[in-house]
Design a binder for this molecule. Structure first.
Ligand SMILES: Cc1ncc(C[n+]2csc(CCOP(=O)(O)OP(=O)(O)O)c2C)c(N)n1
Ligand SMILES: [Mg+2]
Length: 653
């Protein structure tokens, strides 16, 4: 401890200052009388190489020696996967906590780019600390340095700029203060949050300077929960009162605002039904009288039938991703209007909303509940809701019924998984045919029970993302909260793309349950390809037919992913094809759930028939079809495409 110009300071390296600073940051939130005060950054991931092996690596080692609780260090096998772990953790903690990730320069840093984009697209916080080339240029070009003759100041880390919500480079030690203060402002801002990147040149990380005590003091970041404007609420209440067929679309923002109970009150008071987006699954339990389930391209026929002639859409905490609106064909009432409640103005103003409410979802709903006293939708709408719900529930019951043999349909696998899981358990997914099937069919019973990353729908997110969720669930249980098993559902394509965080789960003995569905390729893109006239081209994993240069007809590959998982130290349960597949799968999941909490990951390997599809959403998704073609299949698909295209509405914004 010393003083510089009369201010108390400590002489330390930039990396030491970063680590100590991050260990002192707390998120504070109060939701309906419940107070939270948690560490914003409960740990740091790192894969070391030149760039961080000395600076950040030295600092982490020094603090670990002093007290391991100051800044726990975690490993991972791939930088992108570490970002996914942080994202999974952030979603389960409702954006109150995330991890910092330190990488080496060059490929270590650029490996993070997909993770950055995923976090930003999903509006989930991650703190990325990619190392950078020498600020002094003492070693230039250093190993792994990108050289651009037209701009000497460009490094691979500049590629983070379009993918992150905040970017800064600490080229001098003094820049640390503003870089981190404003970086964490964005990280904890409910409207702005996403990936935050602070690039740390390797020489600067190791440079010593006098750090003011103020920078190293504990700091609290209160999550802002802006209230709704009274005039906006009054106008919205008027619009709702005069609506005949209103419909709520609830997104992830409802969950981040802990608005689900207030939403339940709102719908029970008014009778307005709810369709939910992927991020919004869990806002109401699946069997709630007014829950229509999933909406849009991967929605239920119930939600889509009600949406078709809705005259007022009340979007709450949704970014109206293309699937939600069925590529702007979901709303066919020519007079449909939008009220959008969102903490982010960009979303509140979407679809030309004349009634944007820029506010916290829960606070806005509290006010709307007060303002709407006495309003209720007509009995005809309530009857239609009940009838449509009944029709869809019967469809799912039938889809879940086990009957396909020797290979089960994916629907049946989903049914078995759902039956074997407890209400508080969490299902995880991201890409392939599973997300759409889960969205429409998963029978969610807990607001934390469903975690499908479908904003970026990134193949490979499943296992690392699930591990991040399990880490958060373990912390939740230690703090006296709910005990939850985390079940990752993953296709063979996604598994092959990124499964190596299983090794991380083995190292830390984390009980992650993985259901791996082997269907020898991309069932999802295969069926999409077929519907667009491209005949499943290139979507199967088969051996090359050299004469035709085709991968579409050969034998399926002799890969054994169960053996692959076993070789990584994972406990594996193989389900053999046959009549008892579904019963055995259900039992295997129950057995995995009964395994000890710190017994490490368990993978259940099951084969499935890629040609047995889920029930239809009676909806559409705009994927452009070739306008001219030599293939009959494409010409026919183009005709169907133009018919759908005619239903697309030019909604503003
Ligand atoms: C990183 C990445 N690359 C490509 C895609 C496009 N894509 C979406 S699903 C999919 C196939 C997934 O295959 P699998 O995991 O086996 O699931 P299945 O389709 O068989 O259900 C592909 C290639 C993607 N979403 N993410
Ligand atoms: Mg597959």
């Amino acid at each position: 401890m010393g003083t510089t110009s009369g201010i108390a300071t400590r002489r330390m390296t930039v990396a030491q200052a970063v680590v100590e600073y991050l260990s002192k940051q707390y998120t504070v939130d109060s939701i309906g009388g419940v107070e939270y005060r948690e560490r914003l950054i409960p740990g740091t991931f790192g894969i070391f190489g030149h760039g961080n092996v000395a600076g950040v690596g030295q600092a982490l080692k020094q603090y670990q020696q002093l007290d391991p609780a100051i800044m726990p260090y975690y490993q991972g096998r791939n930088e992108q996967a570490q970002a996914h772990q942080a994202v999974g953790y952030a979603r389960h903690t409702r954006r109150r906590q995330t991890f910092a990730i330190s990488t080496s320069i060059g490929p270590g840093s650029s490996n993070l780019l997909t993770g950055a984009a995923l976090a930003t697209t999903n509006r989930l916080p991650v703190l990325l600390l990619p190392s950078d080339t020498f600020a002094t240029r003492a070693a230039d070009p250093v190993l792994q340095q990108l050289e651009q003759p037209y701009a000497y100041d460009i490094t691979v880390n500049d590629a983070f700029r379009p993918l992150t919500k905040f970017f800064d480079r600490v080229s001098r030690p003094e820049q640390l203060f503003s870089a981190f203060h404003h970086g964490l402002r964005v990280l904890t801002d409910p409207a702005e949050t996403g990936a935050v990147t602070i690039s740390l040149p390797q020489d600067v990380q190791a440079e010593a300077f006098d750090v003011p005590a103020e920078f190293l003091a504990e700091r609290e970041w209160r999550i802002r929960r802006p209230d709704a404007d009274d005039d906006d609420i009054a106008r919205a209440a008027d619009a709702i009162r005069s609506a005949k067929r209103p419909l709520i679309i609830a997104g992830g923002g409802v969950l981040y605002a802990y608005a689900n109970e207030e939403l339940a009150k709102f719908v029970e008071l008014t009778g307005i039904p709810v369709g939910n987006t992927q991020a919004g699954v869990g806002v109401l339990p699946w069997d709630h009288k007014f829950s229509l389930g999933a909406i849009g391209s991967t929605g239920t026929t119930a939600a889509n039938a009600i949406a078709a002639d809705a005259d007022l859409i009340i979007g709450i905490g949704t970014r109206y991703e293309d699937f939600t609106t069925a590529s702007r064909t979901a709303f066919q009432n020519p007079d449909v209007k939008f009220i959008n409640i969102n903490v982010a103005a960009i979303d509140a103003y979407k679809h030309g909303a004349t009634l944007p409410i820029v506010a916290d979802a829960r606070k806005a709903l509290v006010k709307l509940n007060q303002a709407l006293g006495g309003y209720r939708v007509g009995a005809d709408l309530e009857q239609k809701i009940a009838a449509e719900k009944k029709r869809w529930d019967a469809t799912v019951d039938e889809a879940f019924d086990s009957r396909s043999t020797p290979l089960p349909a994916q629907n049946e696998i989903i049914g078995a998984t759902s039956r074997a899981m407890d209400a508080a358990d969490v299902v995880i997914c991201a890409a392939g045919s599973l997300p759409g099937d889960l969205h429409k069919m998963w029978r969610v019973r807990d607001p934390f029970g469903y975690h499908v990353e479908y904003a970026y729908s990134c193949m490979g997110y499943e296992i690392p993302g699930g591990l991040g969720v399990k880490r958060a669930a373990m912390a939740e249980a230690v703090n006296g909260g709910t005990q939850r098993d985390v079940v990752v559902m993953v296709g063979d394509g996604s598994y092959l793309m990124m499964h190596t965080e299983l090794v991380t789960a083995v190292a830390e003995r984390i009980k992650l349950i993985v259901v791996l569905i082997q269907n020898h390729g991309y069932a999802s893109i295969g069926s999409l390809s077929e519907s667009l006239g491209s005949q499943r081209f290139g979507t199967q994993y088969r051996s090359l037919n050299e004469e035709q240069h085709s991968f579409d007809e050969g034998d399926t590959l002799p890969v054994d992913l169960a053996l692959n998982a076993e070789s990584l130290g994972v406990k594996v349960i193989r389900i053999e094809p046959g009549e008892k597949v579904i019963a055995e799968l259900e039992q295997a999941i129950r057995d995995a759930k009964a395994a000890p909490e710190r017994g490490g990951p368990i993978l259940i390997h099951v084969e499935s028939d890629p040609l047995l599809d889920a029930p239809s959403s009676e909806s559409w998704w705009d994927v452009p079809v070739s306008q001219v073609s030599e293939l009959d299949s494409t010409q026919q698909a183009y005709q169907a495409y133009t018919d759908h295209k005619a239903r697309q509405r030019k909604l503003l914004g």
